[in-house]
Design a protein around this ligand. Sequence first.
Ligand SMILES: Nc1ncnc2c1ncn2[C@@H]1O[C@H](COP(=O)(O)OP(=O)(O)O)[C@@H](O)[C@H]1O
Ligand SMILES: [Mg+2]
Length: 254
Amino acid sequence: MTAPPILKIDHVGHAYGTFQVINDISLEVPAGELTALIGPNGAGKTTFYNLVSGRFPPTRGRIWFAGREITGMPAHRLVPRGLLRSFQITNIFPDLTVTENVLVPLLLHHRRGFSFLRPLRSERELYRLAAETLEQVGLGRYAHRTASELAYGDKRLLEIAIVLSREPKLVLLDEPTAGMNREETARMIRLIKELADRFGTTFFLTEHDMNVVFSVAARIFVLHQGGLLAAGTPAEIQADVRVREAYLGGTFGD
Ligand SMILES: Nc1ncnc2c1ncn2[C@@H]1O[C@H](COP(=O)(O)OP(=O)(O)O)[C@@H](O)[C@H]1O
Ligand SMILES: [Mg+2]
């Protein structure tokens, strides 16, 4: 028997007023697979992530996460269940140290009131977890720096550490490499791939660099004008004529 998908989208649509932005999308994201959502600017990628992460409910259709229906469930109820969206840089506390930035969500995660399932953890243990998480994203050596001193790319890595500290099952990353140079992009994507392989966390990301997408994603969904144009492996997507046509010029950097 195959494992149930971590995310199941069933005929989801969304309109801003009368403007239909997401148009009858159905798809499944298998657990543990690094999955990418691609599509030209304005295709509806960010809107789609907003629907899944509980920013606002879809105007039609249903959404399941880890086998349970979550349609319309707000973000604050999805986070403890393990569905997270990458935080924006503005959510980093600039005046706290790098370690403290990870400790805050760790405290929230492990010391929440009425958490019968999770035993309270000692302060020392939380510090150790914070240090471990920072090591995992390669920020160990900056642990005692003030967050505002970090380079842009390192701030994005800190964001990932903050997300990881909540022990997510599914992480939605909307353009995790936006504004990064080539080297930072490569480092970020390598890290995401490594974390996905090591922890079995499912990452569902958008990325505009097609070479990056084709080299790391196990599965790709192509969004075009709010509809699902194609789904498949990198090889299948690369060979898809409709996908090539949707991207003006019809090439993927080849
Ligand atoms: N809050 C909003 N109200 C009205 N239209 C919006 C809103 N947010 C996005 N849109 C429109 O929805 C379409 C899809 O946008 P978006 O989801 O941001 O696409 P992408 O992330 O793929 O670039 C665009 O035409 C955009 O202008
Ligand atoms: Mg977007």
